[in-house]
Design a protein around this ligand. Structure first.
Ligand SMILES: Cc1cc2nc3c(=O)[nH]c(=O)nc-3n(C[C@H](O)[C@H](O)[C@H](O)COP(=O)(O)OP(=O)(O)OC[C@H]3O[C@@H](n4cnc5c(N)ncnc54)[C@H](O)[C@@H]3O)c2cc1C
Length: 485
């Protein structure tokens, strides 16, 4: 039993909490942080009671037993859930409206950028300034790319890397522990709408089952809480929209292949629009390696950069070319992606790869040929024939994109370039919210990726700040002892 409809009997509104946030990824953390800061600025006022709940652990306890050489029986990986959510992994904050979600459609493009600048200021306040920011803006390249049929998506980036991300999150967690209540390893078993407004929650955690009431509620459960969200939305009558899934081939090329366009920049993001698809590069790693990514029982080729670990890189550069597709439901989206990825994995960790020349000629890559390849694959894979294992859309998109890239570079892409099948990126369904990110249930907001509006750390965090401000405004109107900002 997950959700209960509106309570039939009248309940006296005697709130335990003014605001409860479910999910302590960056969406929830930045919402909680902003609310705590608003309180600080309102010295002398009655403090708001704020609760932040996560089903995962505190940041310092977030380890995968496999990484410690132990066995793992976790239902969900501590590397992905808990304080900071997915923000604990690479910590690459891209401050842009060009990609990473559609927050600008809700709050306006200038406001979205201003909110992202505030996210950056918070990161820097908690130690993030140790990683210098950089910009991928390059008007000359943008024009050359346009002539070649490509768009350059630009951003200002602060790439914390996993070590600094952890430091920043630990400091944020320390601050929040001194200002609000945090409840870890806690599930929300049931949500009940109360007569006259507010919510009654049933929590299930280390302290057993407990009930609480809250005046306002924020869902910030990310993609990992998508099934839970779907059940909540259905029970609360909140509509869910289409579900996006990006699949794409990962490319590993000579390290100097993109020198003509990378120049001073660490990476670039290019987009090609075909007749019936749009293809965008993702996670470009100069000197990086291709690694296996495990997600929901699927194994995919992912990229890892070695900026943090000098001497462990490679002579190659890798990136994925993602092509989005949209489905009517989570089940349809999952079944499509799982069908392709599990087919490649064959019940194990199998990843298939093919030389670019072989892909173009429609012939399988042989093991012997791969050993002589000038581009040495950084991941152990099964050489094979991608056309037999992935839908044509993805191979066609890659070949079209590489043809445009050759026009931009003014040189051919090395035929020994390796192509790996297949990487995936999964999204939460979009839900109905207004520009304040409030759902049709008054007082219930959605921040971060669970809203379907954001798909990146910076936009998820920015949406958290935005929601916190709307909440503070609403509460200022409802609670006589709390005045405006
Ligand atoms: C492997 C990987 C790497 C990525 N790297 C980057 C990157 O470098 N840069 C970038 O911009 N984007 C990156 N992304 C995307 C980015 O991480 C997300 O857009 C962002 O983390 C979303 O933040 P969030 O707070 O909405 O959700 P999340 O970070 O997913 O956090 C959600 C939190 O909610 C909790 N939760 C879920 N359900 C419940 C429930 N029912 N009860 C209680 N708690 C619950 C979870 O435990 C989790 O801690 C990456 C994504 C993946 C999968």
């Amino acid at each position: 039993m997950i959700s209960i409809p509106r309570s039939s009997k009248s309940v006296k509104i005697d709130m335990d909490y003014d605001v409860t946030i479910i999910g302590a990824g960056v969406g929830g953390v930045f919402a909680a942080h902003e609310l705590a800061k608003i309180q600080e600025r309102r010295k002398g006022m009655k403090p708001l009671n704020i609760l932040l709940i996560d089903k995962g652990k505190r940041v310092e306890e977030r380890f995968c037993p496999l990484d410690l050489g132990e066995s793992c029986s976790c239902a969900a990986c501590a590397k992905y859930i808990g304080f900071g959510g997915l923000g604990k992994s690479e910590g690459k904050f891209n401050y842009t409206n060009d990609f990473g979600g559609g927050l600008e459609r809700k709050v306006g493009s200038e406001n979205a950028m201003a909110l992202m600048d505030e996210v950056d200021a918070v990161l820097c306040e908690y130690g993030g300034a140790a990683a210098a920011d950089y910009s991928t803006e390059n008007p000359v390249l943008t024009e050359r790319a346009r002539q070649a049929g490509l768009a350059v998506l630009t951003t200002r980036t602060r790439h914390l890397g996993s070590a600094l991300s952890t430091v920043v999150l630990e400091k944020l967690q320390r601050y929040l522990l001194s200002r609000i209540i945090l409840s870890f390893e806690t599930d929300v078993a049931a949500i009940q709408l109360m007569e006259g407004g507010g919510f009654k929650l049933e929590l299930d955690g280390a302290e057993g089952r407990r009930m609480l009431t809250t005046r306002k509620l924020v869902f910030a459960t990310g993609r990992s809480g998508a099934d839970w969200m779907a059940a909540q939305c259905q029970a609360l009558g909140i509509g869910q929209d289409s579900v996006r899934v990006d699949l794409g081939l990962r490319v590993e090329m000579r390290g100097n292949q993109l020198d003509a366009i990378l120049g001073e920049t660490f990476e670039t993001k290019l987009q090609y629009v075909g007749e019936d698809y749009m293809a965008t590069t993702y996670c470009m790693n100069p000197s990086g390696r291709v690694i296996r990514k495990h997600q929901d029982g699927m194994v995919m080729p992912d990229g890892q950069n070695f900026r943090e670990r000098e001497g462990e890189g490679s002579a190659n550069l890798n990136f994925t070319l993602f092509v989005p597709r949209y489905f009517d439901s989570m089940e349809a989206a999952d079944s499509f992606a799982r069908g392709i990825i599990s087919g490649i994995n064959r019940g194990g960790e199998r990843i298939v790869a093919q030389r670019l020349e072989d892909l173009k000629l429609g012939r399988a890559t042989e093991q012997g040929i791969m050993q002589q390849n000038r581009v040495k694959p950084t991941l152990q894979v099964d050489p094979g024939q991608l056309a037999d294992e992935v839908p044509e859309l993805y191979t066609k998109a890659l070949l079209d994109f590489l043809a445009a890239l050759e026009r931009l570079l003014g040189e051919p892409i090395d035929e020994d370039t390796m192509v790996y099948g297949i990487d995936g990126k999964f999204y939460a369904p979009s839900i109905e919210t207004n520009e304040a990110l409030e759902t049709r249930v008054p007082g219930l907001y959605a921040a971060g990726d669970c809203s379907g509006v954001t798909h990146s750390l910076s936009q998820a965090a920015a949406s958290g700040i935005h929601v916190a401000r709307q909440l503070a405004r609403q509460l200022a109107g409802e609670l006589p002892e709390v005045t405006g900002e």
